[in-house]
Design a protein. Sequence first.
Length: 212
Amino acid sequence: MTAPHDPPPDPGTGGAGESAATDPSRKGKGPSTRGLVEWAVVIVGAVVLAVVVKTVLLQAFYIPSESMYPTLQKGDRVLVNKLSYRLHDVNRGDVVVFERPPNETATDIPDLIKRVVGLPGEEVVIEGGSVYVDGQKLDEPYLPDGVTTTADGAPNTCAREEPCAVPDGTVWVMGDNRGDSKDSRYFGPVDEGSIVGRAFVIVWPLGRWGML
């Protein structure tokens, strides 16, 4: 005698062979919704990361003039490390981006970029085409041969008889293009608190990529 066979489940009765995946009304909704959520998380995360990086770590700046020529040329883009001076003091020779001083007339430019020449507590003298800091002639290898520094026509002449003082909490900045740069010779020392960060690399155009 053979064992009786159970009849096949009726498709309409919800037998054991039925699962949620076979419900046409639900097919594809789960994976599609998960995919949208995942993409939303990725996009939001990327935006947050970009904001954090720009606010705290790095920021790109466009060079609008020839005041730092030939180190920087008009149209260059540089990356600025905004954490540098939270970790160490400003160093002589650093190329820094800082907020436009209140007495600088170029009101359409919110930030300027120059090189640090004098540090807090020092005195700057411009004489014979050279810069002297605390009586010592400054070695400036970043300047092209033959470049001279004067303060002709500038409010701060920094003569030996009346040196330009750099108060505590400030730095003295100058452009590498000494004949075409409005810098501390015109607006005086820059408050260290106004420094956005240190420019450390040229990122554009690609043919000019290089460290500063």
